[in-house]
Design a protein around this ligand. Structure first.
Ligand SMILES: NC(=O)C1=CN([C@@H]2O[C@H](COP(=O)(O)OP(=O)(O)OC[C@H]3O[C@@H](n4cnc5c(N)ncnc54)[C@H](O)[C@@H]3O)[C@@H](O)[C@H]2O)C=CC1
Ligand SMILES: O=C(O)C(=O)COP(=O)(O)O
Length: 411
């Protein structure tokens, strides 16, 4: 087991939002015993205080880590988003303070894709309305307005990891897949890119959204886009709540322009299961409402727990930042016979020469050096053959270089 200059039992790991036991097990197996585990997200003030006291923080989509939180969390070393989306984290602010943020880019992809396919079938068969009639003691046996998904056009907005999975599954059921993405993407199977979003909206019987939350996707599906959809088309949103104008959608469902919708994410979501849920879509029989559970399956959560905790442990033990979403990516070998110094700094001219001056002045041998920069931050890892005292002295020397954000020493 790797040792760190800072004793592992003092490295505080804060895990929020009911992460899978695999996350806790991974930390424990690596020797991290100081774990604070919460089943829920914390209210903003409690969150800020808890993060300020932690070295490693694990969250899901509900905990908003703002620039202020990073500003006031001097101990914080790394953040793990145990999900795909990282829009809840002020990534630039984390970068500016030398804090890498990790996520699980694929672990719940399939879970979302399966749900979307199921919802496409349910909506095309008008199951939500028929289900509600039965619950109210009625009987609505009729084929009117019900269709197979075979041969229908599925329009995927955002053809990334989830969008492509949805496309592959949809084709296996005979759907014709078209997609729109701002980037050029490899079309899987027989899927075809559309010239524009409007083109997709005009052709699709089922529109499903798989874009991240960014300024360009905010209210991307608003009144004009909804109006551009085909009569009786259906909309599925399991991306982010900010992507759709929910009031405008309610209007198009009420007027029967659109035949139905399945919505998993909302502009404002309850912070916990005991909070009330409010939406203009509540009470509409032709809408499937789900509480942001696109990625909530046993398989996904178990895998996410393992994946993100392993990334955090690797960073803490070894300095590797591979697949960090906001940070220079460095994949490092083990440092069996060396002591490893980590230096995170502002990405300004002259930094490397200052670092190298420090080492050329000393009497230690540099075994390996790794450097990577990204945005405003640079990351240098130096393996040295040195005594513990020499390595500590070098760490202090690194910390004294102006523009230094963080230094660490791994034995
Ligand atoms: N409901 C849930 O529980 C879950 C929701 N999600 C959401 O799904 C999103 C997508 O996930 P992935 O497919 O893994 O992400 P991804 O990054 O692999 O794919 C997103 C795609 O959207 C495209 N895109 C970005 N801006 C666009 C725009 N303005 N117009 C058209 N295309 C645009 C990108 O080029 C990319 O191809 C996540 O960011 C997350 O917000 C993810 C997992 C679970
Ligand atoms: O992975 C994502 O981006 C999700 O939206 C899932 O979030 P969750 O882990 O269910 O809070």
């Amino acid at each position: 087991m790797t040792t760190t200059s800072f004793p592992k039992e003092d490295i505080k790991v804060l895990l929020l939002e009911g992460l899978a036991p695999t996350a806790v097990e991974t930390f424990r197996a690596a020797g991290y015993s100081n774990i604070e585990y919460h089943e829920k997200s914390l209210p903003p003030a409690e969150l800020a205080a808890a993060v300020a006291d932690a070295h490693i923080v694990g969250i899901r989509s509900r905990s908003h880590l703002t620039a202020d939180i990073f500003q006031n969390s001097r101990r914080l070393m790394a953040v793990g988003c145990f999900c795909i989306g990282t829009n809840q984290v002020a990534l630039d602010a984390a970068q500016a303070r030398g804090i890498p943020v990790f996520n699980a880019p694929y672990s719940n992809t399939r879970s979302v894709a399966e749900l979307v396919i199921a919802e496409a079938v349910m909506l095309m068969r008008r199951i939500p309305e028929k289900n509600m009639v039965c619950h109210r003691g009625g009987w609505a046996k009729s084929a009117a307005g019900s269709y197979e998904v075979r041969d229908k056009v599925l329009g995927i907005v955002g053809y990334g990891h989830i969008g492509t999975q949805v496309g592959v599954l949809a084709e296996s059921m005979g759907m014709r897949v078209i997609y729109y993405d701002i980037e050029t993407q490899l079309a899987l199977g027989n899927a075809r890119a559309t010239a524009s979003l409007d083109d997709l909206l005009a052709r699709a019987d089922i529109v499903t959204l798989h874009v991240p939350e960014t300024p360009s996707t905010r209210m991307m599906i608003a009144e004009p886009q909804l109006a551009a959809m085909k009569q009786d088309a259906v909309l599925i949103n399991a991306s982010r709540g900010t992507v759709v104008d929910i009031d405008a959608l309610a209007g198009h469902l009420r007027s029967k322009h659109l035949a139905g919708a399945a919505i998993d994410v909302f502009p404002v979501e309850p912070t916990g299961n005991s909070d009330p849920f409010e939406s203009p879509l509540v009470g509409m029989d032709n809408v499937i409402l789900t509480p942001h559970i696109g990625g909530s399956t046993g398989e996904a959560q178990q895998n996410i727990g393992l994946e993100v905790a392993a990334k955090l442990v690797r960073y803490s033990d070894n300095g590797s930042t591979l697949s960090a979403v906001n940070f220079p990516e460095v994949s490092l070998p083990e440092h069996m016979d060396s002591r490893r110094l980590l230096h995170i700094h502002e990405n300004v001219p002259g930094m490397l020469s200052r670092i190298n001056e420090l080492f050329s002045a000393g009497e230690v041998n540099v075994d390996a050096q790794f450097l990577q920069t990204r945005g405003k931050v640079g990351y240098v890892v130096i393996d040295v053959s040195a005594s513990e005292a020499q390595a500590r002295q070098l760490k202090d020397g690194l910390a004294a270089i102006p523009g230094t954000l963080k230094t660490r020493l791994l034995y």
